[in-house]
Design a protein around this ligand. Sequence first.
Ligand code: NAD
Length: 286
Amino acid sequence: QERLKRLGKDSDFAPRHVHVVGAGVMGGDIAAWCALRGMQVTLQDQSVERIAPAIARAQTLYTKKFRGDRTRVRFTLDRLLPDPEGHGVARADVVIEAIFEDLEVKRTLFAALERRAKPEAVLATNTSSLRVEDIASALKDPSRLVGIHFFNPVAMLPLVEVVDGPQSDPEQVRRAAGFVRRIDKLPLPVKSAPGFLVNAVLGPYMLEALRCVDEGLAPETIDQALVAFGMPMGPVELVDTVGLDIALAAGKALTGGESEPPRALVSRVQAGKLGRKSGQGFYAWK
Ligand code: NAD
């Protein structure tokens, strides 16, 4: 408890520039949040067309936060720069990766990022289900990599898990936690274990809800029950928010592939129904 309260508080690390790779659900929202909290941010994606919607989402967030004050919205947006070529890596104090949940793709990316980043920059992955050490072994210096695991939706959830891989340099973990404090989030130190802490608890809860869908219960019935119980959001709606593909990959990682994933989840992922981000999941969005 004491360590949790202290983590990152005594940090003299004063990052100014954050480079985010991946402008999808998480990367876009992480970049938007960091700019809101005063960081210079560059946002990279291999698909250039992913960057503009992320910046539009940031604009919506800032308009809400600043109650329509256009000058403040504009100033904040000016700190968030599209960077399809990734030039910002070389200037960044913190580099956060939020690309597809694929080990080989992440390994290739980090090998390239390490070559371009400043030697003292914190290199972090936002992975939900991969082991930090498995990504880190692609680096010349694996001790540089830590996990900085945000939750979705980034602007609403204060907790951020700081993943201390077995190969991570403690100083990098400390700096990562200091960065998390600087952007007004609460760092929770966790070891590199399946699901870290929050998803290790939440994962089985969400999968069980989807098994109820397999057994014929309506998503609305399950969600209404859990909301009436006191949860802020039902578990099926939560899966739609997280993304069905992400939930499927995370479920496999958590169970070690030992149990069959819920049929209702697999069939929707195969049909491209990925939840809120694709407009359709267990629910229709917009
Ligand atoms: P997403 O599919 O919405 O976005 C991924 C983005 O990465 C895409 O825009 C894609 O074009 C880009 N990309 C892929 N490979 C790239 C590369 N080599 N270089 C540059 N860009 C590349 O995915 P997401 O839901 O934002 O998840 C991203 C990461 O965050 C994953 O590791 C996931 O496990 C983790 N995460 C997701 C959630 C969630 O709720 N969705 C929560 C916490 C963590």
